[in-house]
Design a protein around this ligand. Structure first.
Ligand code: NAI
Length: 358
């Protein structure tokens, strides 16, 4: 049926023979397993997507010695939307993180990570409703990758904080919060110690906060914020933080709602957006059919919203929630016995039945 699409690529006329083009980066480790599951779930919604598959793995980077293969960059720059699985980065030595390189090359400055309790899922916090969103600055801080061995056994790692990046992430966060009717934004920092760097980040967030008087604005030091999250996670609404704290606090928050298997994410820039889960390539379970694809499926829900396919996004989200509410076909990380494929079958069936319920 012909119609109009509002979304990532602006507004365009379309019909069923003109699908969206989306770059699919399966990645490595559990990446290909969860990517295949997410593609099946999205395709089940009926939204026509022409998936442009590009390979990006730790092995490719190691062998080619490129920071980022040109084909990957070129594809996302053209399609402007990517769905990405995790990519392995060697620890201490080897190549730079390809994930960080991609975010920087595409200037994907806002990392958005909604952390929500899933219906029916048994966790330590099951009696508490957790519904918070982490906004992580995604391009600088200690991820600038500027490290230097001054003399043998003395290393400096530079933490870069700029007004431009701090204002940009703050504005994105406040705009998002206003649009979604969120109530409270908490800036997380360590400006008591990093007085200049985190001090600048805070100055920028305070300036932006003044333009949004309807949103309550608070600040918390990152160590206290971590404890508060564990003690009373329900008090948090929107959390805004520089890159490193965002990375760490995201995993902590994921642990509150059932683990890394279920927390999605989006990397947003002016031109492009790449949707990926918070989790990494999970080498301990790769290839065993144990991976939970929920996090990438929920990232795909965010992608559908970004494309303007709101009804399909809601359908997929409701289908996932239905499978959790029923609780019969969940993966082992969240207490079930189902394989990646069995869980995916359950979600696809629920999407097709359209009976996700409210
Ligand atoms: P990880 O997130 O891969 O795994 C941590 C733990 O969570 C493991 O026990 C794993 O089995 C479990 N887990 C993660 N995702 C899961 C899922 N979907 N279903 C079930 N269990 C899941 O973190 P780790 O082990 O620190 O990193 C592994 C590799 O991934 C590293 O090379 C790291 O650099 C890379 N990485 C890549 C990211 C990306 O591509 N965006 C993000 C984070 C890490």
């Amino acid at each position: 049926m012909p119609g109009r699409r509002e979304g990532a690529g602006g507004t365009r006329e379309y019909n069923e023979v003109m699908p969206y083009r989306v770059t699919l980066i399966p990645g490595d480790g559990i990446g290909p397993e969860v990517a295949e599951a997410a593609v099946r779930a999205v395709n089940a919604t009926g939204v026509a997507i022409d998936w442009e598959r590009v390979e990006l793995t730790g092995k490719i980077i190691e062998e080619s010695r490129e920071e980022l293969p040109a084909a990957v960059l070129e594809s996302v720059q053209r399609t402007r939307v990517g769905l990405k699985g995790p990519v392995t980065t060697p620890i201490a030595g080897g190549f730079q993180s390809v994930n960080v390189a991609l975010r920087k090359a595409l200037d994907l400055y806002a990392n958005v990570r909604p952390v929500r309790t899933l219906p029916g899922l048994k966790t330590r916090y099951q009696d508490v409703k957790i519904d918070l969103i982490i906004f992580r600055e995604n391009t600088e801080d200690l991820y600038a990758g500027l490290e230097h061995e001054v003399v043998k056994d003395v290393v400096t790692s530079l933490k870069v904080i700029t007004r431009r990046a701090s204002e940009r992430i703050a504005r994105y966060t406040f705009e998002y919060a206003r649009r979604l009717g969120r109530k409270r934004i908490t800036a997380v920092h360590k400006a008591n110690i990093m007085k200049l760097g985190d001090g600048l980040f805070l100055r920028c967030t305070r300036e932006v906060a003044r333009e949004y008087p309807e949103l309550e604005y608070k600040e918390l030091i990152v160590d206290n914020a971590s404890m508060q999250l564990v003690l009373r996670p329900e008090q948090f609404d929107v959390l805004l933080m520089p890159n490193l704290y965002g990375d760490i606090v995201s995993d902590l928050a994921a642990g509150l709602v059932g683990g890394l298997g279920i927390v999605p994410g989006a990397n947003i820039g002016e031109e492009c957006a790449v949707f990926e889960a918070v989790h990494g390539s999970a080498p301990d379970i790769a290839g065993k059919g144990l991976a939970n694809p929920t996090a990438l499926m929920l990232s795909a829900v965010m992608m559908l919203e970004h494309l303007g396919e709101i009804a399909a996004a809601r359908r997929l989200q409701r289908a996932i929630e239905k499978v959790y509410r029923e609780g019969r076909r969940l993966t082992p990380d969240v207490g079930g016995t189902a394989s990646t494929q069995q869980f995916t079958d359950a979600v696809v069936e629920a999407v097709q039945a359209g009976d996700g319920g409210a």
